[in-house]
Design a binder for this molecule. Structure first.
Ligand SMILES: Nc1ncnc2c1ncn2[C@@H]1O[C@H](COP(=O)(O)OP(=O)(O)O)[C@@H](O)[C@H]1O
Ligand SMILES: [Mg+2]
Length: 314
């Protein structure tokens, strides 16, 4: 039998809690008699166990933003959303990039007339629920398509920008979601402005390329300006080093620079460069659906646990 290393099995969950699987199973009726490996636990059970040790499932929203393309925004968004669902978060991924890379990467091919953000932002109470596509247990997606490139003109009024993502998040909360993950396009247009107005955390992926650091600086300035203009409290800004290559001196040099200039914002972890990402993309899966232990999944698991405060409860 081929066993997926990253399935949230009884053994996997016990490892996270540093407990013996059989002892853990004794405490929960739902775990009793389950195989140790090979079968993933349903997210509701994982959630109950993690709630008992103090993991907080209160509503939160995280957008991935950088002007620079090709630095891991989409990768971070889909891996976070996918893994969070396995940890029991009822998760919705909003794909706001007209390129629809997150939608494609999750293997979703929306019909030509499928609703995307541009169709629902004005009336999410009526339209959003039906537009969501189930991806797996505890994970839904609002897909994207080229139509979303018209968002800048559709949401030209500042009031619309302030409201659009905020109203969508409100509706998702009413629908019982705990976590909304947003994949933003590489621009500072209406989708990004509206996300900044609504989310509690903005994650800016960067790597050693100077353009991505410039993108980080611009994103920080823009976030302050947007929040000042709209009279809103700024979201927390976190910097994710998303393509660390230890063979290149520039990676360590960049890390040092980031530590110096963005100390409080820089996440205390990094994602290593790995060929697992392109393999996963080619196969329409995430790095967590791999049989072998791999650095890509381990690094993103550390990101997920940190950003969702799972580690601090352990
Ligand atoms: N840590 C990494 N190591 C190697 N390749 C990566 C890594 N992160 C992302 N990639 C690859 O880089 C490309 C761009 O990543 P993506 O997440 O789409 O960036 P963005 O959304 O910022 O444009 C994709 O092909 C992805 O598989
Ligand atoms: Mg992208």
């Amino acid at each position: 039998m081929s066993v997926n290393r990253y399935l949230m099995t009884l053994t996997g969950l016990a490892e996270i809690l540093r407990r013996r699987p059989r002892m853990l199973a004794r405490d929960y009726e739902q775990l009793d008699g389950l195989p140790l490996v090979g079968k993933s636990l349903d997210p509701a059970t994982v959630r109950q166990v993690l709630t008992d040790i103090g993991v907080d499932y209160g509503f939160r929203s995280i957008a991935h933003v950088n002007l620079r393309g090709g630095i891991g925004k989409t990768t971070a968004a889909i891996t976070l959303a996918w893994r969070a669902a396995s940890y029991g978060f009822k998760t919705c991924l909003l794909d706001l990039d007209p390129q629809g890379s997150a939608t494609l990467a999750l293997g979703v091919t929306p019909d030509d007339d499928a609703a995307t953000f541009i169709d629902v932002w004005n009336d999410p109470d009526e339209l959003l629920e039906e537009a969501l596509v189930p991806v797996k247990d505890h994970l839904a997606l609002l897909p994207s398509a080229l139509e979303n490139s018209l968002l800048d003109s559709a949401m030209a009024r500042p009031a619309a920008q302030k409201q659009a993502v905020a109203a969508t998040l409100r509706r998702l909360r009413e629908l019982g979601y705990d976590l909304v993950v947003i994949d933003c396009p590489p621009s500072l247009g209406a989708a990004v402005i509206s996300s900044v107005c609504a989310v509690d955390t903005v994650v800016v992926p960067v790597w050693s390329d100077p353009f991505s650091i410039k993108g980080l600086e611009l994103a920080r300035q823009e976030i302050s300006q947007i929040c000042e203009t709209f009279g809103l409290q700024s979201p927390a800004v976190k910097v994710l080093y998303s393509r660390y290559d230890r063979r290149e001196a520039i990676s360590d040099k960049t890390l040092e620079q980031l530590r110096g200039r963005f100390r409080e914002a820089l996440l205390p972890l990094r994602i290593r460069v790995s060929s697992e990402f392109s393999k996963a993309l080619a196969e329409g899966r995430t790095v967590f659906e791999a049989r072998r232990k791999n650095g890509a999944a381990d690094d993103y698991d550390a990101y997920v646990r940190h950003i969702l405060h799972i580690d601090s409860a352990l």
